[in-house]
Design a protein around this ligand. Structure first.
Ligand code: NDP
Length: 334
C-alpha cells in the first residue's frame, strides 16, 4: 500500500493505492537482515500526520509512492540475524505489504503466541495499551476514588484506559461516537458512565451530568470543544494527560482553549506525553497484563479488515470512527 497523493486536509481512500510488485524472498548472508511474512498491520492515528506532506509532527511525512510503514505482527521466514530464526513470531516495525525485509532485524521483538492472540500485540499488549498505562501511571498518577474522564473511550487506547482506571479504583467516565460503543463501555469495558458526544449539544452540561463529582483527571484523546468543556468541569488540582488531539487532524487553524483562567483558579496541570519516552517501563506493563490475562480480566475489542486491498478503507474507518475497538488489517494467518 503506497501513498498516492498528499492529503493535508481530508484523507480519502484514493489518496492511497495498492500495487503489486515482486520482491526476492531471501536475505543476503552476513547482512543481519530478516525476511518476515506480515500477519497483522496496525492502523494508528499518528500515521495520519505522515500522509500530509507536511513535517509538523515528530513523525516525518511519507513521500509520494512510498510504501506505508507501521507496527505489525509478523513471522520470520528467513534470517541472516542470529537473534531470529525462521518460525519466530515477532512484533515488528514493518511495511504495508505481504512480505518485508527488515534491515538488520531492527525493532523486531520475539512474541509468544500462546500468551494472547497475536493481534493483541498491536493493541492491548502493544503500543496503544502501553500508551494507556503510561498516561495513567506516569502522567496522571491516580488516587483511589477520583473521577477520570476519557475521550475516544472505546478506541485502541481508550478501552485500555478504562480497564486500568477501574483497577485503580477510579470512577470512570467516557465518551465515544455511537450508541453501540456506549453500550460496550458501560457493559463490557468497566466504565461507570458513558455518553455519545455526537448527541450532546452542550458538552459542559453533559460532563456535569455524567461526572457529578467533577473531573479530577482527563485522558485527552481528541481536543477541540471536548477539551474546553472538560476544563470547565475540572476539580481543584485536576490533571490532564494530553495523549492525542484527533479532532484537530487536518485543521489548518487548530482550536484553542477559551477558558485558560480556570488553570489558575483550579490549579490545573496539563502535560503532553509520548509513550516512546517511557519504553523502559514496557516489562512492568507486560507483567501487569500477564496478571490481567491470567485472572481473565482483560477485555479487548478489535475490528479486522481483510487484506491489503481493504487497507486504505480500514485506515479511513479508523479515523472516522466507523470501526469498533482497535482497527487491524489481516494479511495472513498461520
Ligand atoms: P482510536 O482507536 O480511538 O481511533 C480514533 C477514534 O477517535 C475514532 O475511531 C473516533 O471514534 C475518534 N474520533 C475521530 N475524530 C473525532 C473527533 N473529531 N472528535 C472526537 N472523536 C473523534 O485511536 P487510538 O486509540 O489508537 O488513539 C487515540 C488517541 O491517542 C489519538 O489521538 C492518538 O493520536 C493518540 N495516541 C497518542 C500516543 C502518544 O504517545 N501520545 C500513542 C498512541 C495514540 P469515536 O467513534 O469515538 O468518534
Amino acid at each position: 500500500v503506497k501513498l498516492k497523493h498528499y492529503a493535508p486536509a481530508v484523507l480519502k481512500e484514493t489518496d492511497m493505492e495498492v500495487k503489486s510488485s515482486e520482491i526476492t524472498l531471501e536475505v543476503e548472508e552476513g547482512s543481519q537482515d530478516v525476511l518476515v511474512k506480515n500477519f497483522y498491520l496496525s492502523c494508528d492515528p499518528y500515521m495520519r500526520h505522515r500522509l500530509t506532506g507536511l513535517d509538523y509532527s515528530h513523525h516525518p511525512s511519507f513521500k509520494i509512492g512510498q510504501v506505508l510503514e507501521g507496527f505489525g505482527v509478523s513471522k520470520v521466514v528467513e534470517s541472516a540475524n542470529p537473534n531470529f530464526k525462521p518460525g519466530d513470531y515477532v512484533s515488528s516495525w514493518t511495511k504495508w505489504e505481504e512480505y518485508s525485509v527488515i534491515p538488520k532485524g531492527e525493532r523486531l521483538t520475539i512474541i509468544d503466541p500462546s500468551f494472547a492472540p497475536l493481534s493483541y500485540y498491536l493493541g492491548a499488549l502493544g503500543m496503544p495499551g502501553f500508551t494507556a498505562y503510561v498516561g495513567i501511571y506516569e502522567i496522571l498518577k491516580p488516587k483511589k476514588g477520583e473521577t477520570i474522564f476519557v475521550s475516544a473511550a472505546s478506541g485502541a487506547v481508550g478501552q485500555m484506559v478504562g480497564q486500568l482506571a477501574r483497577e485503580a479504583g477510579l470512577y470512570v467516565v467516557g465518551s465515544a461516537g455511537s450508541q453501540e460503543k456506549i453500550d460496550l463501555l458501560r457493559n463490557k469495558l468497566g466504565y461507570d458512565a458513558a455518553f455519545n458526544y455526537k448527541e450532546e449539544e452542550d458538552h459542559v452540561a453533559a460532563l456535569k451530568k455524567y461526572c457529578p463529582r467533577g473531573i479530577d483527571m482527563y485522558f485527552e484523546n481528541v481536543g477541540g470543544k471536548t477539551l474546553d468543556a472538560v476544563i470547565d468541569n475540572m476539580n481543584p488540582f485536576g490533571r490532564i494527560a494530553v495523549c492525542g488531539l484527533i479532532s484537530q487532524f487536518g485543521k489548518e487553524k487548530k482550536d484553542g482553549v477559551s477558558n485558560l483562567y480556570k488553570f489558575i483558579s483550579a490549579r490545573i496541570t496539563m502535560q503532553g506525553f509520548l509513550q516512546s519516552d517511557h519504553l523502559h517501563l514496557m516489562p512492568k506493563f507486560m507483567e501487569l497484563m500477564a496478571g490481567y490475562l491470567k485472572a481473565n480480566k482483560l477485555v479487548y475489542f478489535e475490528d479486522f479488515a481483510d487484506g491489503l486491498d481493504n487497507a486504505p478503507n480500514a485506515f479511513c474507518r479508523m479515523l472516522s470512527g466507523s470501526k469498533i475497538g482497535k482497527q487491524i488489517i489481516t494479511i495472513a494467518k498461520d
